[in-house]
Design a protein around this ligand. Structure first.
Ligand SMILES: Nc1ncnc2c1ncn2[C@@H]1O[C@H](COP(=O)(O)OP(=O)(O)OP(=O)(O)O)[C@@H](O)[C@H]1O
Length: 623
């Protein structure tokens, strides 16, 4: 007679695999604390929130499939509503999954995780992607058991990511209906940041967004209209509404004029920035008392470079002894290490910590990766440094539901993105953090701040960004803006403007031409195989048509110091090459040669395609 597997004592082990693992994920949801404050939000909901709450809870209570989109300007209480829903469902011993597109927004919700990490959504979005989850996995069991799924900041997500979840749910729940008949609540604000499409135009952002998905028509839309964040300051609330809706009156060149009470007068770069810093951080020593009162005050700006610059100023001023961590940068292809090792130390790609990370006890930091989402360590979590060891930093979470929790952050290898601006793939072993006295406007989305110092070193090109930044505050008194003036000699500008053509009129035959463009992207200086130094620039004209430029050899330094991000330039008479790409009509790239940025008369230069004569380049920076 044959033997059963039980005879070998394996049965317990098999049962473990089948049931303990699914239980682990579900268990983790059951232990999310339900706070009294979150439960109490239900009795505080305003009319619009109450309507949404009742509609959603009706679906949950009757087990009726439904998919919602909660639309509301920044501050209208979307997160407040989600907290009420999560607390109500969880207090009944049921599961409600809280997710958001960004780590920062996820960390505001109890038990919040980024949607990508929770549903294992691929970061390389394509139309037919599915989530990286098997039907038998513990997370699939958790998703099946959930009564409600919330995805906040869905307006920032690419539609393919949301569609991946839709396919997963249909598959898991054996249903052909939207979200597999699971009750799901998306929320967001399309006036804030839309999905980021590399080198994309406004139309690309819109076409990548949920509005253009097959899911959109199936969502029941509920709009929240009352700005609860700015409820104490009606005129500020109206200003935000008008900027968000694009109805605020503009002055010349589509620029918005802001109330003078919010503006820090510009004297010169150094003095005015010092005033902004002192206004936001009147006493840095407050951080030393373990007092997190300052953590909800921050300086917001447009780019990572500017944010890094401000963080460096503040860490130099910070009381106490500084600690320096140097990263170990390795090319993925080891044969390239000798050529590029030193160069990699000089670059600071977005999303990576700096090569030289300078910190101080009690200084504020922000996580750049999802280290342990279940423990509140998400990309975007803000913390205060407590102690430093060689390979771990001891820190305390300073915002969100994990506030006060002490954690250890390890040094880890972080990969550079596939951004073509940084063509040498490499990994940086460093702590996945950066200072956060200042942060980019995009990172601040979803947060309520006690005080916002907005540093506009360059005029902002998007009302959406201005709107996100201002709507973090509760009243006009909680915002101070430093705007670097755009000095313009209107006469000479008009003279130049009248001579300008649009990027889309240029061909590789154009010889006498001039365009007015904004520099929207600029790479570091690279050294090619033949030791040629080069640097890429991307410009956009008023119609948002873009043109790429490249500077070689001796022109590189000239171009680097002359061309500043988001400044306006007149460019003309440079050599042009075109490629046939339907979306970007004219691209000038290094292997095709392009607009040369230089101020010298016609000259010969060497390029990867051999010697080339360069015509005179006209560069007048009206700023
Ligand atoms: N009904 C309410 N009663 C009291 N306070 C509220 C209410 N609704 C929202 N708030 C408060 O208003 C502020 C903004 O709310 P919340 O963060 O939920 O807005 P939001 O719509 O999620 O904003 P954003 O789009 O910027 O993320 C928070 O401080 C919140 O506590």
């Amino acid at each position: 007679m044959g033997k059963s597997i039980k005879d070998f004592g394996f049965s317990d082990f098999i049962l473990d695999v089948q049931f303990n693992n699914p239980g682990k994920e579900i268990e983790a949801e059951f232990v999310i604390p339900v706070s009294k404050e979150d439960l109490a939000t239900v009795s505080m909901l305003n009319g619009g929130q109450k309507f949404a709450f009742q509609k959603i809870m009706e679906a949950v209570n009757t087990n009726t499939s439904a998919a919602f989109f909660i639309d509301g300007l920044g501050g209208t209480g979307k997160s407040f509503l989600y907290k009420g829903l999560l607390a109500t469902i969880r207090s009944k011993g049921q599961i409600a999954l809280a997710t958001a597109t960004s780590g920062a927004a996820a960390s505001i919700l109890p038990g919040g995780r980024t949607a990508h990490s929770r549903f294992k959504i691929s970061l390389h979005h394509e139309s037919n992607n599915t989530c990286n989850l098997s039907k038998q996995s513990a997370i699939s069991e958790l998703i099946k058991a959930a009564k409600l799924i919330i995805w906040d900041e869905a307006a920032m997500a690419k539609k393919y990511a949301i569609e991946s979840l839709d396919r997963l749910l249909r598959d898991l729940l054996n249903s052909d209906h939207i979200s597999g008949d699971k009750i799901i609540v998306f929320g967001g604000d399309f006036r804030q940041t839309l999905p980021v499409v590399r080198n994309g135009h406004k139309e690309d952002y819109i076409s990548a967004s949920l509005i253009n998905s097959y899911i959109w028509p199936h969502l029941q839309k509920i709009r929240l209209t009352e700005n609860m964040r700015a409820s104490l300051d009606l005129s500020f609330s109206n200003l935000l509404l008008n900027i968000g809706n694009g109805t605020e009156a503009t002055i010349a060149n589509d620029k918005i004029s802001l109330p003078s009470s919010m503006i820090i007068p510009f004297i010169n770069d150094q003095e005015s920035l010092a005033t902004l810093i002192d206004t936001v951080y009147p006493s840095l020593s407050t951080f030393l008392c373990g007092n997190s009162a300052l953590i909800n005050r921050t300086i917001l700006s447009t780019t990572n470079d500017i944010v890094h610059e401000i963080n460096q100023i503040l860490i130099q001023k910070f009381p106490g002894e500084e600690v320096k961590y140097i990263s170990f940068d390795q090319t993925i292809d080891p044969t390239k290490q000798a050529d590029h090792g030193d160069f990699l130390n000089t670059i600071h790609p977005p999303g990576l910590p700096p090569h030289q990370l300078i910190l101080n006890q009690n200084c504020p930091i922000i996580l750049l990766r999802n280290v342990n989402p279940a423990q509140g360590l998400c990309n975007g979590t803000r913390l205060i440094c407590l102690n430093f060891n060689k390979n771990v930093i001891h820190a305390q979470i300073s915002i969100g539901i994990h506030y006060g929790k002490q954690v250890f952050i390890p040094r880890i290898p972080l990969h550079s993105s596939n951004d073509e601006s940084y063509p040498i793939p490499f990994k940086r072993t460093q702590f996945p953090i950066s200072l956060c006295f200042a942060m980019t406007i995009n990172k601040s989305q979803g947060q309520t701040l006690d005080f916002v110092g907005l540093y506009l070193k360059e005029p902002m090109f998007s009302h959406g960004q201005l709107y996100v930044a201002l709507s973090r505050a509760r009243t006009a008194n909680d915002v101070k803006i430093l705007l670097r003036p755009v000095s313009s000699d209107s006469l000479s500008n008009n003279y130049m403007d009248n001579r300008c053509t649009g990027v889309n009129t240029l061909t590789d035959k154009s010889s006498e031409w001039m365009i007015k463009v904004i520099l929207i992207k600029k790479t570091n200086i690279f050294t090619g195989k033949d030791q040629t130094a080069f640097q890429h620039f991307m410009f956009a004209d008023e119609q948002n048509e873009s043109i790429q430029g490249i500077a070689f050899t001796r022109d590189v330094n000239y171009a680097d110091t002359k061309l500043h991000l988001y400044h306006t330039y007149y460019i003309g008479n440079a050599a042009i090459s075109s490629i046939t790409d339907e979306r970007i009509k004219l691209v000038l790239s290094h292997d095709l040669l392009c607009a040369l940025i230089q101020g010298f008369p016609e000259s010969m230069i060497s390029t990867p395609k051999g010697p080339r004569t360069i015509r005179r380049f006209v560069a007048v920076n009206p700023e």
